[in-house]
Design a protein around this ligand. Structure first.
Ligand code: ATP
Ligand code: MG
Length: 298
C-alpha cells in the first residue's frame, strides 16, 4: 500500500476581488513505502498548497488523495492520524511550556496515557529540547520553535511524515540534526515527504524528487536518473554585451548564460552564429541539480 497517492489533483483559490488562482494544476504523484521524497519548486509553485490538501486542511477542487489507501476527503480524521505534518509557518502554543505542548498533542493524537511521557522524552531528546522542557514556548528561539513543531508531529509515530521546509532559516548544526533525524525515522520505517529550496539537501536526502512549477509537475523521478538525463548537456557562454536578443532556451545565470545541449556541434554552431563577435567564451559542462532546476523552472 502506497503511503501517498495523489491523482489528478487541482486546487483553485477563490478570491473575492481578483481572478481565481489555480495553485495546483492536475498533479498526480505516488510515494513509495519507505522512501524520502523531495518536493521542489520556486516560491509560489504550489508546494504548501499541495501539502495542505494532503493534510486535509484544504479540500481539492478536483481529484483524489489517498493515504495508505484511505481517502483523505472521505475520512479526514482517520487520515490525519496516519500522518505527521510540520507546516512551513511556525505556529506554537506560546503560553504553554514545551512539555505541556507535547503532552497536549500526544493526547490529541491518541497516544495511550502510559506511553505519553516516554514518547515526549524521546521527542525532546531527538530534537535536543530536553533542557527547554519547562520553558514557555514563546521564550524559545526561532530554531527551537521549529524543533518543537517537529517534535509535535512525531509523537504519534506517524507512518508518513510531511515536512514543509523544515530547515528554512535554521543554523548549519541544526540542519545536520534534522537530516539525521529524517534518516533515522526513515530507517525505522517512516516514509518522508519534504519540501526544500536547498538543492544540496535534496541531493543528500532524497531517493526521488518531484519538481513543481506554476502548480504543475514538471519533472519527477530518481535524482540520479534526472542528473544523468541532464549530464554533460549544458553549454555555458559569456557575452561582451548582455543586452541582446537570445535564442528561446538560453537562461541567464549570473555573469554567464546557459543553454541545454542536444548536439554539441550543432548547438555550438547555433550559438556562435547567433551571437557572432559578441561571444566572449563558450564551454560545455555536466549539469548540477541547481542548473537543472533553473533550466526546468525558467
Ligand atoms: N489561502 C490562499 N488564498 C489564496 N491564494 C493562496 C492561498 N494560499 C496560497 N495561495 C497562492 O497559491 C500559490 C501557491 O502558493 P503556495 O504557498 O502553495 O506555494 P509554495 O510552493 O509553497 O511557495 P513557497 O516556496 O514560497 O513556500 C501562490 O500564488 C499563493 O499566493
Ligand atoms: Mg510553501
Amino acid at each position: 500500500m502506497n503511503p501517498l497517492s495523489i491523482q489528478h489533483v487541482s486546487k483553485t483559490y477563490k478570491t473575492p476581488k481578483k481572478e481565481d488562482l489555480l495553485a495546483v494544476d492536475d498533479v498526480s504523484l505516488v510515494i513509495a513505502p519507505g522512501s524520502i521524497h523531495g518536493l521542489l519548486g520556486p516560491n509560489g509553485a504550489g508546494k504548501s498548497t499541495l501539502i495542505s490538501l494532503i493534510a486535509g486542511i484544504n479540500t481539492p477542487t478536483h481529484g483524489s488523495i489517498t493515504l495508505f489507501g484511505l481517502d483523505v476527503i472521505k475520512n479526514p480524521e482517520a487520515a490525519k492520524g496516519l500522518i505527521g505534518v510540520v507546516p512551513q509557518e511556525v505556529v506554537v502554543e506560546m503560553a504553554f511550556t514545551v512539555q505541556e505542548v507535547l503532552y497536549y498533542f500526544s493526547g490529541m493524537y491518541g497516544v495511550p496515557q502510559a506511553q505519553r511521557q516516554a514518547r515526549i522524552d524521546q521527542a525532546l531528546d531527538d530534537l535536543q529540547l530536553t533542557e527547554k522542557k519547562h520553558e514557555k514556548a514563546k521564550n524559545l528561539s526561532g530554531g527551537m520553535k521549529r524543533r518543537l513543531m517537529i517534535a509535535k508531529a512525531i509523537l504519534h509515530q506517524p507512518k508518513l511524515l510531511i515536512l514543509d521546509e523544515p530547515t528554512a532559516g535554521v543554523d548549519v548544526a541544526l540542519r545536520q540534526k534534522i537530516w539525521e533525524l529524517v534518516r533515522r525515522l526513515n530507517a525505522s520505517g517512516t516514509t518522508i515527504l519534504f519540501t526544500t529550496h536547498y538543492l544540496e539537501e535534496a541531493e543528500q536526502l532524497c531517493d526521488a524528487i518531484t519538481l513543481v512549477n506554476h502548480g504543475k509537475v514538471i519533472k519527477e523521478g530518481k535524482l540520479k536518473d534526472i542528473q544523468q538525463e541532464f549530464s554533460k548537456n549544458i553549454i555555458h557562454f559569456e557575452l561582451f554585451n548582455k543586452s541582446v536578443s537570445h535564442p528561446s532556451d538560453v537562461v541567464a545565470t549570473g555573469s554567464e548564460f546557459e543553454f541545454p545541449m542536444t548536439n554539441l556541434a550543432q548547438d555550438m554552431n547555433m550559438i556562435t552564429t547567433h551571437y557572432g563577435d559578441n561571444l566572449k567564451n563558450i564551454r560545455s559542462e555536466a549539469a548540477s541539480l541547481e542548473q537543472i532546476f533553473l533550466t526546468l523552472t525558467k
